[in-house]
Write a protein of this length. Structure first.
Length: 332
């Protein structure tokens, strides 16, 4: 009799328990930067399927987007992130310096933990009424430039360094002339948003300025959404932008999410994920898939590399720290 009562009671309890209690659901947070919104919206869906097939677990991925530098600061100050997928390695190094990511993170994944790349281009109004062809045209009187703020946006720092690389070539490394060139360019900036997506909104939706200095993928997304209103101009010199990814060790260890977080970043290198990157106008690091999309990407563009300027630590100190070159040339 007691056994029957126990069995009946257990059956009632099980019947009243939520279905989710029978299957484990793990949750991770990806703190990213502005232009990756659409890509990760697609990627998260295929990763959820991949993880379910691999482990039998359901996974929920929570996204956070904003200016890359601002996002890094938020994580360093306590915003829980299992993974970070930011615009440049310096932003991840700032989280490492806060003690949340272990040294050697760049070696954890292929291509210096950069699963996709991009570059910097110009987005102009259809017909290019200002006849903008290269960086020189952004310094002409009366040309309104839209670009994010390098103090808060990783993409903005890539924009700045692409212009610096052009000036370096134009003036043969004469820094006095290079600084003057950059000063003229930023004198024409009419909107200095905190992040890349905000800058795109200012130009595309609010109609501010004559030219948007943008991530290649942001420019193509704008072209896709407004095919009859804008066109892309590729400058003669740009820069190889390498967004970086890392597991946030301190967070995954106390949340016990290291396995799923590591696989989340590792799967970005899969063929399926690389195709999603290309569909969202990021350049795949898989050469075969990149060449497959050569009708979209200009593979012959002259790209400088941040290593040409000593790497991000040196660049950050020289150009973007308080009192650096950017502060000295950008006076309002």
């Amino acid at each position: 009799m007691i056994r029957k009562l126990f069995a009946f009671g257990l059956a009632v309890v099980l019947a009243l328990m939520p279905v989710q209690a029978f299957g484990k659901t793990v949750s991770i947070t990806n703190v990213s930067y502005d232009p990756t919104r659409e890509m990760f919206e697609q990627y998260n869906k295929i990763f959820e399927d991949h993880w379910k097939e691999k482990t039998g677990e359901d996974v929920e991925v929570i996204q956070s987007h904003g200016g890359s530098g601002k996002q890094a600061l938020e994580v360093a100050n306590g915003l829980d992130a299992d993974v970070v997928t930011l615009a440049l390695e310096y932003d991840i190094e700032s989280i490492e310096n806060a003690g949340l990511i272990k040294a050697g993170w760049k070696d954890k994944f292929d291509n210096d933990s950069s699963p996709y790349t991009s570059t910097i281009v110009f987005l102009v109004k259809k017909g290019n009424p200002r006849d903008i062809k290269d960086w020189d045209d952004l310094t002409k009187k009366g040309v309104g430039v839209v670009t994010p703020n390098p103090k808060t946006s990783g993409g903005a720092r890539w924009n700045y360094m692409a212009a610096w690389a052009y000036a370096d070539k134009k003036y043969g490394g004469d820094e006095a002339q290079m600084k003057e060139f950059i000063k003229k360019l930023y004198r024409n900036v009419v909107v200095l948003d905190s992040g890349a997506r905000g800058a795109t909104t200012s130009f595309v939706e609010n109609g501010q300025g004559d030219v948007l200095v943008a991530w290649e993928n942001e420019a193509y997304l704008s072209m896709r959404d407004y095919p009859d209103e804008y066109e892309i101009v590729t400058p003669s010199v740009s820069i190889l932008a390498q967004p970086s990814v890392a597991v946030v060790d301190e967070v995954v260890d106390y949340r016990d999410t290291r396995d799923v977080a590591t696989e989340y970043l590792n799967y970005l290198y899969s063929d399926e994920a690389q195709e999603i990157a290309a569909e969202n106008y990021f350049r795949p690091t898989n050469e075969k898939i990149l060449k497959k999309h050569s009708d979209t990407f200009d593979l012959n563009i002259n790209l400088a590399n941040i290593s040409d300027y000593g790497g991000w630590d040196k660049v950050q100190e020289k150009h973007f720290t308080d009192g650096g070159i950017f502060d000295r040339i950008y006076e309002r």
